[in-house]
Ligand binder design. Structure first.
Ligand SMILES: Cc1cc2nc3c(=O)[nH]c(=O)nc-3n(C[C@H](O)[C@H](O)[C@H](O)COP(=O)(O)OP(=O)(O)OC[C@H]3O[C@@H](n4cnc5c(N)ncnc54)[C@H](O)[C@@H]3O)c2cc1C
Length: 405
């Protein structure tokens, strides 16, 4: 690493200090590779933003292997199963019995705190609250990230590779020329209305519930704060529902108080979360490579977004080390470096499995606005085929807890 007043030279420059960016920086450091991160938001903002909550077994293992801290085990909650419900017919999927794995409920903002603390403990370079991020010189051997830091000073990070870990609205992704990049996209005619509320848990495990008025998810955050979602129109104004209307609706989706009694409390946060499925192929061009939501997004039903960010990093770091270890490496005729092309292929294999699971679970559990009786009863048949067969439950458990490869 080499530093001048307004410029820094490292092996890898990273745009985005979310889970993908910070995990990449940390794992590179473990291999003796220097990295620097620029992040548009403040550390405080990210640490208080509620997003994902379910960590697959391989994600938890990565946190432990990287020595980032074991709070996930002490403060997170192991879930050995989950409940699927169709019109009040509740069926438990026992992950441990079916595939011998669990998931952990550990909120993304806590994962972020652990990663940011580890990076700062190791005195890693990170610039929070940057503006005007621009990546230049991708066709040279030393591309640069230019940005304005939190004090208004223009700075550059010069690197041998740039990792675009800048989330679903990625600016880096657009630097892959349209002739090289294929965008695969689908959208859905519904969204999730998400709330955080001050209440005790309604149930010990997640409940994915489905009814004639649509979908709801009962999730937990702590003994006193709960996360819940229900299906809504993408144009819904979150302020247009009263607290009572929200809880009455979720209770109805669960199947009434005789099935499960919803625990209510003061709603402290409400958001509408649009659904889309997107994959960028390839995840690289020249000395730029994408990781996490920058390269793909999934609807939240399968709880895969954060986990895919981690599996990308797992696949990416060895390939970055390979590329950096070969100073004579040159791109092929498509402008791709071989190690990064192989990273893209490996990562996209898992991404497409996750896309399939997320798409399938979304369509199984949500009611389309134009659903007729045939479509509804077919979905009920599918629900029964999955939940009443060990093979069906096994598919769900294997996918949800994170495939072994
Ligand atoms: C409400 C909600 C619920 C979710 N629930 C789940 C769930 O249950 N399970 C699950 O697995 N996933 C879930 N997800 C998805 C999950 O949060 C994402 O997949 C995950 O954050 C991806 O991590 P990332 O690092 O790729 O992107 P991000 O976390 O989005 O991080 C990207 C970072 O890049 C920064 N950035 C962007 N542009 C720039 C720029 N130009 N310059 C500098 N920095 C920039 C952003 O500020 C951001 O901090 C949910 C998402 C939302 C919104």
């Amino acid at each position: 690493m080499d530093t001048t007043p307004h410029g820094t030279q490292v092996d890898v420059g990273i745009v985005g200090g979310g889970p993908a960016g910070l995990m990449t920086a940390l794992l590179l450091r473990r291999r003796g590779i220097s990295a620097a991160v620029v992040e548009a938001r403040s550390e405080e903002t990210i640490a208080h933003t509620q997003r994902a909550g379910i960590l697959e077994a391989p994600t938890v293992q990565m946190l432990l292997d990287a020595d980032i801290g074991s709070r996930v085990l002490t403060e997170g909650h192991e879930h050995t199963g989950t409940v699927l419900s169709f019109e009040g017919d509740q069926r438990r999927i026992d992950f441990q019995e079916l595939v011998g794995r669990s998931v952990w409920l550990y909120p993304q903002n806590e994962v972020f705190r652990d990663l940011a603390a580890a990076w700062q403990r190791e005195e890693g370079i990170i610039h929070w609250s940057v503006e005007n991020t621009a990546v230049e010189g991708l066709d040279s051997d030393r591309p640069q990230i230019g940005f304005t830091d939190a004090d208004g000073v223009s700075r550059t990070i010069e690197a041998r590779v740039i990792v675009g870990a800048d989330g679903s609205r990625s600016m880096c992704r657009k630097l892959i020329p349209e002739g090289v990049r294929t965008d695969h996209f689908t959208s859905y005619p519904f969204a999730w209305f998400g709330i955080l509320c001050e209440a005790p848990p309604t149930a010990p495990e997640l409940i994915y519930a489905n009814s004639e008025v649509g979908f709801a998810l009962i999730s937990q955050r702590s003994d006193t704060v709960q996360r819940m979602y229900f299906q809504c129109d993408p144009d819904t104004d979150p302020e247009s529902w009263s607290d009572d209307e929200i809880f009455d609706h979720i209770q109805r989706v669960l199947g009434g108080e005789e099935v499960v009694e919803l625990r209510r409390g003061r709603i402290t946060e409400r958001t509408v979360l649009p659904f889309r499925s997107y994959v960028c192929d390839p995840l690289t061009y020249g000395r730029l490579v994408l990781a996490g939501d920058a390269g793909h997004t999934v609807p939240p039903t399968g709880a895969k977004g954060l986990n895919l960010a981690f599996s990308d990093v797992r696949a990416l770091v060895p390939r970055l080390e390979e590329l950096l270890g070969d100073p004579a490496a040159r791109p092929d005729d498509d402008g791709l470096f071989d190690p990064l092309r192989r990273y893209s292929a490996t990562a996209l294999d898992r991404v497409w499995k996750a896309q399939n699971f997320s798409y399938w679970a979304t369509n199984l559990l949500h009611r389309r606005p134009d659903e007729d009786s045939f479509a509804h009863l077919r979905r009920r048949g599918e629900f029964q085929a999955i939940t009443r067969s060990a093979y069906g439950r096994g598919y769900f458990a294997d996918s949800y807890t994170g495939w072994a490869d």
